[in-house]
Design a protein. Structure first.
Length: 197
């Protein structure tokens, strides 16, 4: 091997890049723009897997950043807006059902009983939310097979199906459900902004 001159750069070897870190300088998790470009689906799934307290713990600013990249990713994968909208329509039907549940007399009786118990306000709210969520939980979980079916029919739905299936697995409360709706609405907005039809 020839001796190297410290004054001349070694052009025969490729430059080395620093290793990709999952932490930024201030010890915060990195967003997609700081990790490998083009792998937004994997980044979102990794973020979802790290949520320990349900989907509502997905930080809203990171969620929007991810949706900003995921919408165009879906567009490039030839996913059409009407395909995403079908899933959003299903979520909106569940939202409507949740509103109906709030008007249910039996649930109002349960809430009245909970209010009469000598427990902390946080515990009361948690029990009320659990009662509300039980009315929509099966509808949310049953979205997974619908997504799998759509994905089997059209490859363009696969990325959306995989991300949403992971997200559904983290929906345990109405707050988690509301964050899921926010994620899908944001993704649709950025998909449309990219020229999705």
């Amino acid at each position: 091997m020839p001796p190297t001159d410290p004054q001349k750069p070694n052009l025969s070897s490729k430059p080395t890049l620093p290793p990709v870190s999952n932490q930024s300088r201030n010890n915060q998790p990195t967003t997609q723009s700081q990790t490998r470009p083009g792998d937004i689906k994997a980044t979102i799934i990794q973020q979802i897997d790290q949520l320990s307290e349900g989907f509502s713990s997905y930080p809203i600013r990171i969620l929007v950043e991810h949706a900003e990249e995921f919408g165009p990713h879906l567009k490039r994968g030839r996913l059409e807006t009407n395909q995403i909208r079908k899933f959003l329509d299903a979520l909106n039907q569940i939202k409507a059902k949740l509103t109906q549940i709030d008007e249910d007399e039996k649930l109002k009786e349960i809430f009245h009983q909970i209010d009469g118990e000598s427990i902390s306000p946080d515990e009361k709210n948690g029990r009320k939310d659990k009662a509300r969520f039980q009315g929509i939980e099966s509808d949310i979980v049953l979205l997974k097979p619908r997504l799998a079916y759509a994905s089997a029919r059209q490859d363009s739905v696969t990325a959306l199906s995989e991300v949403m299936a992971k997200a559904i697995d983290k929906v345990y409360t109405t707050a988690d459900f509301e964050r899921l709706v926010q994620f899908l609405e944001s993704t649709i907005a950025y998909h449309k902004a990219e020229g999705g039809r």
